[in-house]
Design a protein around this ligand. Structure first.
Ligand SMILES: [Zn+2]
Ligand SMILES: [Zn+2]
Length: 303
């Protein structure tokens, strides 16, 4: 890896917060929008581009606006699960309300409901002014249920899937570059156990970037057992065991200020894995540049 080649993979963090949007002066730097990450695979020779959207938290609204401005009309959204903080951005995702857009949603059927039925419940009066049947999305959206899949192809991009430990289940994604050299693992909304999570270690092995649920500090985590989240120590332990290039702390707790993230959540991760950093809203990382950037910054947060 390293240096520019024909196939590029870029990751943009449109929302890195968990649970609830958190605007305010104390979260200004790392951002308050909830989970939404875009992975763009580019073939620089053929000048083709595939964008894969991971989760639909409030960050999705800004992604949609930016994409429409660029003339994009085709969207692939993969949902780790359907808790509000991973879905709520759909309420202001303009492509959903644009008949000329084409949207494919990948997610699990749950609680006895098909994926489409989950969306029909989500867009329902009196919680929303329109029912799903009244929206353009009813016509321009295709649903792909991923419950039984280990791998899926979107255009030429390979995405692997791995179950996570979370109430009503969640799924992790590993998105590969077109030459299968570079990859990002998106593993959020996961509670670790007392042993190192070997399945997630195997799933993440040698990834360029691991994004992992780092909601709570290790101290005091016992209060949150059963809530389905994890810690920087657990993330860094997986990152080290899987020998990934970098670990991005993700799904920041709404109660964590910028100062909290820097003063104790990041240091907790770095004690175990030096190449740890805090994900920042609106940041784009080119993964082929990642090892160089980490070397330059000494593995600091500023990648
Ligand atoms: Zn969440
Ligand atoms: Zn959740």
């Amino acid at each position: 890896m390293g240096g520019r080649n024909r196939f590029e993979q870029k990751v943009t963090f449109w929302g890195v917060r968990g649970t609830l949007p958190t605007p305010g002066t104390e979260t200004l730097h790392y951002g308050g929008n909830t989970s939404c990450v875009e992975v763009v695979n580019t073939d620089l020779l053929r000048e083709t581009e595939t964008s894969i959207i991971l989760d639909a938290g409030t960050g999705l609204a800004n992604l949609g606006d930016a994409a429409l401005k660029k003339g994009k009309r085709d969207f692939h959204i993969m949902l780790s699960h359907m808790h509000y903080d991973h879905m709520i951005g759909l309420l202001r995702f303009k492509p959903f309300f644009s008949p000329d857009c084409k949207i494919t949603i990948y997610g699990q059927r749950k609680c006895g409901l098909s994926l489409r039925a989950i969306f029909e419940r989500f867009f329902e009066k009196p919680f929303f002014p329109l029912s799903f049947a009244e929206m353009s999305a009813n016509e321009n959206t295709t649903f792909v249920e991923i419950n039984d899949l280990k791998e899926i192809k979107i255009s030429d991009t390979r995405v692997q899937l791995q179950p996570l430990n979370h109430p009503q289940d969640a799924v992790a994604f590993r998105v590969w570059s077109l030459d299968n050299e570079i990859s990002v693992v998106y593993a959020t909304d996961h509670e670790h156990g007392s042993e190192v999570d070997q399945e997630l270690v195997d799933f993440s092995r040698e990834a360029s970037l691991l994004l992992y649920d780092s909601t709570y500090a290790e101290a005091g985590f016992q209060r949150y057992v059963g809530w389905g989240h994890s810690t920087p120590t657990a993330g860094a332990t997986i990152a080290a065991a899987a020998n990934v290039c970098a670990y991005g702390l993700f799904h920041h707790d709404p109660e964590s200020s910028d100062a909290d993230l820097e003063s104790y959540l990041l240091p907790e991760a770095k004690r175990v894995f030096r190449h740890s950093f805090l994900t920042v809203e609106n940041q784009t990382i080119c993964l082929s540049d990642l090892p160089d950037i980490l070397r330059r910054s000494g593995g600091s947060k500023a990648v």
